[in-house]
Design a binder for this molecule. Structure first.
Ligand code: PMP
Length: 427
């Protein structure tokens, strides 16, 4: 028996099938089950590598959906978290680490002076929307097609961006869940202007990922974030940036620093905690007043527990100390983009590649229509996985590279894609 439990000798496939008897759907997040053809059941992970229960080792470029700027099991961060566990990781009382972690977020993220910690992006976004409603006394929220803001009742939307209410995103949601939500296509300035013309006085918030990362990586058109900033300002609505992915990823201060557009409320999560379940939402001192006065409500027994905040403080201190970190991450991303592009071109295939720094999406496309070739992508994914390279089977899910990915690792990934494309072309 290891700390992971007894070794069963099961294959990935058998262990995953067995899991379904105990964990509904085999996973504790629906997102995790999407597109799986051949499951991986993990034994351990370090650096940019994941090892499964069969003893296979894979180079991972999905990296747990984005939290690991320094790779899995980064010794600097894990040592501090481990030390905190030895000192009591959850008392439900204020702790010195609260000030340290909050201070670092406020120092690094331009739009944050004061904040609250939460346990997940979903919680922080749900709370940010509630706060925006408390601040403005309005209810309507404008969202963008393809932007994922977690799975809470009023934010889990289906696609559909014609300026009206989207449909609720899942079975069991109340039919009225989207009554206070409008949705338009990303980068559609005319559609945004129309929503403001029709509903400007009802809008509590406009919410977006400053770089769309949940539908492939799609950067904002020049002037688009500025338009959102100007219109929200003119109409008394709050601009909310969901920087769950982009925060500390696309630049030290996230998308708002990269594009020079500062929102009223910011939500950060993944790269801040090095893989710990932690998120934060914050803004100016004034915007946070309803929470400072306990008039708006946000809570959580585990919100900002000492271990999670130790992870935040250790990660952000490391980010702050690493002078050329984002140049380094961009270099790894640029190398990956060039090598993958070469592999796709070399195979006579077409692909849509989006990238900002170390965040990159790769989706094979149908050369005739230019549309994403989901089936072709899945064949490629399976062939790569069998050869020891893991990216997500859903092409909309980005690659998240880290300082643990060497040029050589990236070359291996690109060579694997070349071989896999050759194999899948042969059928
Ligand atoms: N917002 C964005 C932009 C995300 O990518 C995600 C998760 N992938 C979430 C919110 C939800 O975060 P969580 O899964 O931690 O609730």
């Amino acid at each position: 028996t290891t700390i992971d439990g007894p070794r069963t000798g099961l294959s990935n496939q058998a262990a995953y099938a067995d899991l379904h008897g105990f964990v509904a759907g085999g996973v504790s997040s629906n997102m995790r089950a999407r597109g799986i053809i051949e499951p991986i059941v993990v034994d351990s992970a370090s650096g940019c590598r994941v090892r499964d229960i069969e003893g296979n080792e894979l180079i991972d470029v999905n990296m747990g959906y984005g939290p690991h700027l320094f790779g899995y099991a980064d010794p600097d961060v894990t040592a501090q978290i481990a030390a905190q566990f030895g000192r009591g990781h959850m008392t439900g009382l204020p702790h010195r680490i609260d000030r340290e972690a909050a201070g670092l977020v406020a120092e690094l993220v331009p739009g944050v002076e004061r904040l609250r910690f939460a346990n997940s992006g979903t919680e922080a976004l749900m709370s940010a929307v509630r706060l925006a409603r408390a601040v403005t006394g309005r209810t309507l929220v404008l969202t963008f097609e393809g932007h994922y803001h977690g799975w809470s009742e009023t934010l889990l939307r289906s696609r559909g961006g014609d300026g009206r209410r989207p449909a609720p995103g899942a079975a069991g949601m109340i039919p009225e869940a989207m009554e206070h939500t409008l949705q338009v296509p990303w980068n559609d300035a005319a559609a945004v202007e129309k929503v403001f013309a029709d509903h400007g006085a009802e809008l509590a918030a406009v919410m977006c990922e400053p770089v769309l990362a949940n539908d492939g990586v799609v950067v904002p058109d020049a002037g688009f974030l500025e338009l959102l900033r100007r219109l929200t300002g003119e109409h008394g609505a709050l601009l909310v940036f969901d920087e769950v992915i982009t925060g500390f990823r696309v630049a030290r201060g996230g998308g708002q620093e990269l594009y020079g557009v500062v929102p009223d409320l910011t939500v950060v999560s993944k790269a801040m905690g090095g893989g710990f379940p932690v998120a934060a939402f914050g803004g100016s001192r004034e915007v946070m007043e309803p929470l400072a006065r306990y008039e708006a409500f946000h809570a959580g027994v585990y919100s900002g527990n000492h271990a999670a905040l130790r992870a935040v403080a250790a990660t952000l201190a490391k980010i702050r100390a690493a002078g050329a970190l984002y140049t380094e991450l961009d270099g790894i991303g640029a190398h990956a983009e060039a090598r993958v592009r070469e592999a796709v071109d070399g195979a006579g295939r077409t692909a849509r590649i989006g990238r900002v720094g170390s965040m990159m999406s790769v989706a094979l496309t149908d050369p005739a229509t230019g549309e994403v070739d989901e089936a072709g992508h899945r064949l490629l994914q399976t062939a790569c996985q069998r050869r020891g390279v893991y990216f997500h089977p859903v092409p909309a899910e980005p690659w998240f590279l880290s300082t643990a990915h060497t040029r050589q690792d990236i070359d291996t990934v690109a060579e694997t894609i070349s071989e896999a494309l050759a194999e899948t072309a042969r059928g």
